[in-house]
Design a binder for this molecule. Structure first.
Ligand code: PBG
Length: 309
């Protein structure tokens, strides 16, 4: 019987849920026992808006622990990872992705269309704020942060003070609260964040046995979709500071599998948006993402800088 693999996790309900689910899947697939090791991150200790803390705050403590050899692997929400590769680390698996769409949780289970003008919606993501504003519904958007439970508590529960919040469906599903969703938002209205709903299972690049073991959890179609979305994001990051959204779908075409990538760059005030798409084969996922980013920049994505007021 081999020693348990150490899976580092943050302490939030979401982090523990997705780490435990991944641990169980690995044990089921390989017979290897896994133990969860709690890691405290800067993001957990601070109540400042995520935008002020910067990308990857939830990630860096886990990566430090990996590099230091305190844990063997980690499970990240893929959309929280910076686009640049991390030296010495390797994403050994992208498991089957959850539904990537955003959802509305609202008082009285109202849908977006049913919320009266002036309703106050909580979300901290500029991508969601911009797309909500683009709908022209006279909704008020207020920035919120915190873990999923505390965001849902702003709508459901004794401390409720908002009419609605927008969250990723995947996170709500992983903590077992889909029954509280009032509406799953159509990507035509609310295009998700690149890699939303996907997990990244990461270990040290030189840990060859573990790289191979974790690869049993990899789901090729999910990896291809995420690769396309993140390649688009990475290319845009260099040339544009406006909110970015992306969604790749895989379908069976006449000549084998086909990937359909949609991307959008929206001005923060929601007034202007550039939406484009591309198709190709899953093997070319990264190239499709880069090409779509180039199309978006050609169409003026770099000029979409608006006021968030
Ligand atoms: N922004 C934080 C974050 N990072 C990952 C998820 C859960 C969904 C996912 O795994 O993509 C969430 C919550 C949310 O956006 O509602």
């Amino acid at each position: 019987m081999s020693a348990p693999l150490r899976l580092g996790t943050r302490g939030s309900a979401l982090a523990i849920a997705q780490s435990q689910q991944t641990a169980d899947a690995l044990t089921a697939a390989t017979g290897r026992p896994v133990e969860l090791v709690r890691i405290v991150t800067t993001g957990d200790r601070s109540s400042a808006p995520v935008a002020q803390l910067g990308v990857g705050v939830f990630v860096s403590a886990l990566r430090d622990a990996l590099i230091a050899g305190e844990i063997d692997f980690a499970v990240h929400s893929y959309k929280d990872l910076p686009t640049g590769a991390h030296p010495g680390l390797h994403i050994a698996a992208v498991p089957s992705r959850e539904d990537p769409r955003d959802v509305l949780i609202a008082q009285g289970n109202r849908t977006l269309a049913e919320l009266p003008p002036g309703s106050v919606i909580g979300t901290g993501a500029v991508r969601r704020i911009a797309q909500l504003r683009a709908l022209g519904l006279e909704l008020q958007v207020t920035p919120i942060r915190g873990n999923i439970d505390s965001r849902i508590a702003r709508v459901h529960g004794p401390e409720a003070d908002l009419d609605a919040v927008v969250l990723a469906r995947a996170g709500v599903a992983r903590i077992g609260r889909v029954a509280e969703i009032a509406e799953t938002l159509d990507p035509m209205l609310m295009l998700p964040a690149p890699a939303q709903g996907a997990l990244a299972v990461e270990c040290r690049a030189d840990d060859a046995d573990l790289v191979e073991l974790l690869a049993t959890l990899d789901h090729a179609p999910s990896r291809a979709a995420v690769t396309a979305e993140r390649a688009m994001l990475a290319t845009l990051e260099a040339g544009c500071s406006a909110p970015v959204a992306a969604h790749a779908e895989l379908a069976e075409g006449e000549d084998g599998d086909e990937i359909y990538l949609r991307g959008a760059v929206i001005s923060p005030d929601g007034v202007r948006a550039i939406r484009l798409s591309r198709t190709g084969t899953p093997a070319d996922a990264a190239e499709i993402g880069k090409a779509l980013a180039a199309d978006l920049l050609d169409a003026g994505a770099d000029t979409l800088i608006g006021s968030t007021e």
